[in-house]
Ligand binder design. Structure first.
Ligand code: ADP
Ligand code: MG
Length: 320
């Protein structure tokens, strides 16, 4: 696959704080890259460096073959950026917001009008063209913000938490659009906190304390040995009183980790731990019925396991 975004040892320091620490990654043309990590881990900073808003302290990156430092102008034309606090003009209508965004990119007259119509069509905003932005729902606002960031026909789009705070239906609609764009050849770089969204990306990267700790295809990451230690298996346990059950599991020998997962628990246990032993332990705390099945790791398991390991080894390094 043709590489569209290539990041090499990119570092951004603010004073003596390192917000992005030697990050390297590649994103293929027409693919969706999901960028995850806790708040404050450096996601927005990396995007801002890639978009040319911040200068890197060290390292390089190329977008569509252009160097982000030396060829900033070429890059500005080919990228769109929907920032975390993308601001629409509340007093302006959908149409007027799009017109404004188009003018910023020197679109005028018939070209501007044509592009606006196209974007309204693409993002399904036909019924809201004359509505003020302040009167649009969260999901519609995000779609309009996205349409604004696409007015100049970028081939690479950076979206920083585009689905934060919108409802599940609007979230799905937005992702349907992202898939459409990718199918049309656009390259998408998206940050999110939602694991279901990460699962749908071609590649995902997880940044933790300014360092990219893992990067790859979701299915490949789930097969990593660090995530599947030899002699262990993962179980999903569905039962009532999950918090009581969790407590009991933490006390049980051979249970390496236990986390709540919606209505159930995910356990990483030594192979020798029998289902009957788990059932017995649960009965001892008053949970008479439980359903246990073997599962593979989820992406969340991957990220949780790897970040815990990195934090541990960082601690050891400090102590040494
Ligand atoms: P994320 O998007 O993953 O939540 P950010 O990239 O926004 O994280 O921030 C990473 C870290 O860098 C945070 O600790 C933040 O406080 C710090 N930071 C971001 N921008 C600046 C800045 N302009 N000056 C100083 N520190 C900053
Ligand atoms: Mg951010």
């Amino acid at each position: 696959m043709e590489t569209m975004i290539e990041v090499d040892g990119l570092t951004k320091r603010f004073g003596n704080f390192t917000a992005v620490d030697h990050v390297s990654l590649k994103v293929g043309k027409g693919s969706i890259f999901g960028f995850l990590g806790p708040n404050g881990s450096g996601k927005t900073t990396l995007i801002r460096v890639l978009c040319g808003i911040l200068e890197p302290s060290d390292g390089t990156a190329r977008i569509g073959g252009h160097d982000i430092i030396r060829e900033g102008d070429a890059i500005k034309e080919m990228i769109g950026y929907m920032s975390q606090q993308f601001s629409l003009y509340d007093e302006l209508t959908t149409n007027e917001n799009l017109t404004f965004a188009g003018r910023l990119y020197s679109l005028r007259g018939r070209d501007l009008e044509k592009r606006r119509e196209e974007m309204i069509e693409t993002t399904h905003l036909n019924n809201y063209v004359d509505r003020r932005a302040s009167q649009l729902s969260g999901g519609l606002r995000q779609r309009l913000a996205m349409a604004c960031s696409l007015m100049h026909k970028p081939t690479v789009l950076f979206l920083d938490e585009p689905t934060a705070g919108i409802d599940p239906v609007a979230r799905r609609e937005l992702w349907d659009l992202l898939f459409e764009f990718a199918a049309g050849g656009m390259t998408l770089f998206v940050t999110t906190h939602y694991m279901d969204e990460a699962e749908r990306c071609d590649h995902v990267g997880y940044i933790y304390a300014s360092k990219l700790i893992v990067c790859g295809e979701p299915d490949e990451l789930k097969k990593m040995e660090e995530v599947n230690p030899p002699g262990t298996r993962r179980l999903d346990v569905t039962c009532d009183h999950v918090t009581t059950a969790l407590q009991a599991m933490h006390e049980m020998e051979g249970v390496r980790s236990a986390t709540v997962f919606g209505q159930s628990m995910h356990l990483l246990v030594d192979e020798k731990v029998k289902r009957s032993e788990i059932e017995e332990k649960l009965r001892s705390v008053g949970i008479s019925h439980s359903e246990i099945r073997e599962i593979g790791p989820s992406l969340e398991d991957v990220f949780v396991t790897l970040s815990a390991k990195r934090a541990e080894s960082a601690k050891e390094k400090k102590a040494a």
